[in-house]
Unconditional design. Structure first.
Length: 228
């Protein structure tokens, strides 16, 4: 997994899972419908194909060409797609044949142990959390920040050392380094963190709390439970 990635700026769009109907088709899916959601890319290098495992568990199988030369296997993506038909719909599985309209890589990284050596590069600048949600081992943030021309960095950090049950809730910090950028424009980004680093041996759940700094000087806090 990439350890250091840049925040990608995403064009303003509604996230989650939704559809937009341009015309009615009572007999099946319409080519005028589209959905947008988050998922994990699975590349098959043998036949140059790919599928996307969505956060809701559905599997998307593209049947029209879409270039993925700039993406890697297991990348987290935000995908806009049109459903062309069902492959298999059961109580346990949802698989759809789709046309991919667009797909963007989402920042996806692990939790860092904060040490004196990386303290300065991690930064502690304010940031606004618009939304946060957990899917399996992934904790995703929708963020808003002020900037101009420079690339900003975002990390989720914890204190080093092996975790035990007595450490709960595990304390995490959302750190933002604006790199002395001018606070001129309002920008948005999505970032996902892999929670595997806070798994505790002998347990199947761990409580955690994420803290960070707002622009007004106050702290924000988000509590959750990771089941694995």
């Amino acid at each position: 997994m990439k350890r250091v990635l840049k925040i990608g700026l995403i064009a303003l769009m509604t996230f989650g899972l939704f559809s937009c109907d341009f015309f009615d088709d009572d007999d099946g899916y319409s080519l005028g419908d589209f959905w947008v959601g988050f998922g994990i890319l699975h590349l098959d290098e043998d036949d140059n194909s790919f599928t996307v495992e969505m956060d809701n568990g559905a599997k998307l199988i593209p049947v029209t060409y879409y270039p993925v030369c700039k993406l890697d296997d297991q990348d987290r993506v935000l995908i806009n797609y049109t459903i062309l038909g069902d492959k298999e719909i059961t109580d346990d599985e949802e698989e759809y044949y789709v046309k991919v309209n667009s797909m963007s890589e989402i920042l996806y990284k692990g939790i860092l142990d904060i040490t004196p050596a990386i303290e300065d590069s991690i930064g502690n600048d304010p940031i606004r959390v618009e939304d946060v949600w957990k899917t399996r081992n992934m904790l995703t943030f929708q963020l808003e920040f002020l900037g101009n021309m420079k690339t900003h960095y975002i990390n989720l950090v914890k204190q080093p050392g092996e975790l035990t049950g007595d450490d709960q809730p595990v304390e995490l910090e959302l750190r933002h380094n604006e790199r002395d950028d001018d606070r001129i424009y309002r920008k948005t980004a999505f970032v996902t963190f892999d929670l595997s680093a806070i798994e505790i041996a002998g347990q199947d759940t761990v409580a955690y709390v994420v803290k960070g700094k707002k622009y007004n000087g106050d702290d924000f806090s988000y509590q959750g439970v990771y089941r694995y």
